[in-house]
Design a protein around this ligand. Structure first.
Ligand code: TMP
Length: 218
């Protein structure tokens, strides 16, 4: 199925991807696309409830449970929202998608990448992103930006002056370093995937993304 345009923005916590996803939505709308902006987990009523469970710091979730909940949210979002929107010729921008699962559940938590790929294929059906932008920032910069923490060694307790961290943000510095490494490793030489330097002004990073997007639109 290839109608509409499907763009994914990925990156570790604090990489600025949510801001960039919003800017990209606005950009595409100005270009005349009917645009839909979604996020994962979430984007549907079911997905939103799953997001609450996944982020709830009072819950302790096994890695396998977590994987299946992310997949359930994705299946619901694709089938009920993304696929119909693409079929209607809309531009869909998703804040996170399948690469997040490969990085967080696969690379950082050790679940079989083969199984994750199979599960993602099951959720995707005939839907495929046209392009995925991966925002990469230095891990410490990203952690500081998102969490307001000084986090250079794993023994250090996080301090959270800015926001209350959710269940995943609370994980150790080592975990977040692994996520960062995972993004770098799994994005390299990946088809339809472009690594974007996330450092700099919001507008500068936006221009980097738009320049790359224009290459596939022209
Ligand atoms: P965010 O929307 O604020 O980025 O939060 C989503 C969190 O869920 C973030 O910590 C990354 C995590 N996540 C996974 O671990 N696996 C996934 O497949 C997805 C979509 C997100």
């Amino acid at each position: 199925m290839k109608k509409g345009l499907f763009v994914v923005i990925e990156g570790p916590e604090g990489s600025g991807k949510t801001t960039q996803a919003e800017l990209l939505c606005r950009y595409l709308a100005q270009k005349g696309y009917e645009t839909l902006c979604v996020r994962e987990p979430g984007g549907t009523e079911v997905g939103q409830r799953l997001r609450e469970i996944l982020k709830d710091k009072s819950l302790s979730l096994e890695a396998e449970t977590e994987l299946l909940l992310f997949a359930a949210s994705r299946a619901q979002l694709i089938k009920s929202i993304i696929r119909p929107a693409l079929q209607a010729g809309k531009a869909v921008v998703s804040d996170r998608f399948t690469l997040s699962t490969e990085v967080y559940q696969g690379f950082a938590q050790g679940i079989s990448q083969e199984f994750i790929k199979q599960l993602n294929r099951f959720c995707l059906g005939d839907v495929e992103p046209d392009i995925t932008f991966v925002l990469i920032l230095n891990t410490n910069d990203a952690l500081k930006k998102r969490l307001g923490v000084k986090s250079t060694d794993s023994s250090q307790e996080f301090l959270f002056p800015k926001t209350q961290p959710d269940r995943i943000e609370r994980k150790s510095t080592d975990f977040h370093k692994k996520v960062y490494e995972g993004y770098k490793k799994l994005s390299k030489n990946r088809p339809k995937t472009v690594i974007i330097d996330g450092k700099g002004e919001i507008e500068t990073v936006h221009r980097r993304i738009v320049n790359e997007l224009e290459k596939i639109l022209s």
